[in-house]
Design a protein around this ligand. Structure first.
Ligand SMILES: *Cc1c(COP(=O)(O)O)cnc(C)c1O
Length: 412
């Protein structure tokens, strides 16, 4: 398929075009699901093979010191800090986003213990809401109670009962981007602490946690950070909270002196106290190597390209009469958009399966949403244009009506 000249020219002037070579991707596939599972950076593949063979295989337990395994959670945390507008020493990589949410929610509720409401958005990612529900079940309503409201009601719901405002910066369904600075400021004006979930924004756009005076944040290692399936997630806690913050998963690795094997728990220095058990070294190694891809990347350029890609796709759909049944769920205003575009369609499931069969990898979210993810590091404008042409063919020729595109698997 030959793209129009404008698309060719956009690729020619793309400052990130060489980044694609740093990833292993099947050459016949247009991968638009980096918002669910990032692609494999070549460096990560090489590094993990060496670490397994030489460090684990040969140096065995000495590697904790010899190869600095013990320092990986903070080392990787500092690399992530550079991508999310945080000074060093405020981010640690560990556990999953869900577990980390529990830790930071507990920390924030403890700081604001005169209050008990955790305010969030009804259509937040379910795990975020579930973790608050679990905390509430465990501590009782008088210590923790979830209040979830529609996006329009967030600001007016910030009152003196609210301890914590917990939001996801980019909505996982619609791709809508919150104004982090505004919401954080309005929360602080009411004495409310903020917890931001960066699952769909870390590595996808510019973030300024320090500048926005965010209290706590969590995020995901396997989406735009390309850390591999089940990669360690991360926690950010603003330096001003370090002296007194606590978290209840007080495992030995978060102890000030784990190898003294003392009877009583004493919380470790700053971010280290967010560790619970032994760090997942092999996964940290992969994430550490994967983050090298970002070392020469200007996040402002990355954001510009991301918006260019989403804009091109939306324009392709808009200008195709046969796609008029696709309803755009993502904001048209690019300043309110993350790095994904979602459409609803009555046959969303079958169309998403047909796209995948035609090597355009997207994902489906119940009940009727197709998500197209735009990863500026390894997608070109040509890819996006080609994906739109495949979509048009599938719809115009009704290819998605084949029965095989209607069978559901366990993971969608
Ligand atoms: C992907 C995602 C998560 C993932 O949580 P895990 O515990 O790492 O599986 C959490 N929150 C949001 C908003 C997400 O999009």
């Amino acid at each position: 398929m030959f793209a129009p000249d404008t698309v060719v020219s956009l690729d020619r002037h793309d400052p990130l075009k060489r980044k694609r070579d740093e990833f292993l991707l099947p050459s016949d596939t247009i991968y638009m699901d980096g918002n669910s599972l990032g692609a494999l950076p070549k460096q990560a593949k090489d590094r993990i093979a060496k670490v397994v063979e030489q460090q684990w295989g040969n140096d065995l337990i000495h590697s904790w010191n010899k190869h600095h395994w013990i320092d990986l959670p903070l080392k990787v945390g500092d690399k992530i800090a550079a991508l999310i507008g945080a000074e060093k020493g405020q981010v640690i990589a560990c556990d999953s986003t869900s577990v980390n949410l529990f830790k930071v929610l507990a920390s924030a509720l403890k700081v604001n213990s005169q209050r008990h409401v955790v305010l969030s958005q009804r259509d937040n990612f379910p795990t975020d809401l579930y973790m608050v529900q679990g905390m509430s079940e465990f501590l009782g309503d008088e210590a923790c109670q979830l209040k979830s409201v529609s996006e329009e009601l967030l600001l007016e719901s910030l009152d003196e009962s609210v301890a914590v405002l917990m939001l996801t910066q980019v909505n996982f369904r619609s791709g809508r981007l919150h104004d982090m600075q505004l919401l954080t400021r309005r929360a602080h004006e009411k004495g409310v602490l903020v917890v931001w979930d960066l699952a769909h924004s870390a590595g996808a756009l510019e973030i300024s946690l320090d500048k926005c005076e965010v209290d706590f944040a969590v995020g995901c290692g396997y989406k735009y950070l390309n850390g591999g399936p089940g990669a360690p997630a991360f926690i950010y806690a603003a330096k001003r909270h370090h002296p007194y913050m606590t978290q209840p998963l007080s495992g030995w690795m978060g102890h000030a002196r784990p190898f003294e094997f003392e009877h009583d728990y004493h919380a470790g220095e700053a971010m280290l106290r967010f560790l619970a058990g032994t760090p997942n070294i092999l996964s940290l190694v992969v994430l550490d190597a994967a983050l090298e891809v970002f070392s020469q990347v200007d996040m402002a350029e990355l954001r510009t390209k991301s918006l260019g890609l989403t804009e091109l796709f939306i324009n392709c759909v808009d200008s195709t009469p046969s796609l008029s049944d696709f309803e755009l769920l993502s904001p048209r205003n690019k300043l309110e958009r993350g790095s994904q575009v979602a459409y609803s369609h009555p046959d969303a499931f079958a169309i998403s399966q047909a796209l995948i069969a035609h090597k355009v990898v997207v994902d489906f979210r119940a009940p009727n949403i197709i998500r197209f993810g735009f990863t500026p590091l390894y997608l070109s404008y040509q890819d996006v244009w080609s994906a739109s042409q495949v979509l048009i063919k599938i719809v115009e020729e009704q290819l998605y009506r084949e029965p095989k595109y209607n069978a559901r698997s366990k993971v969608t």
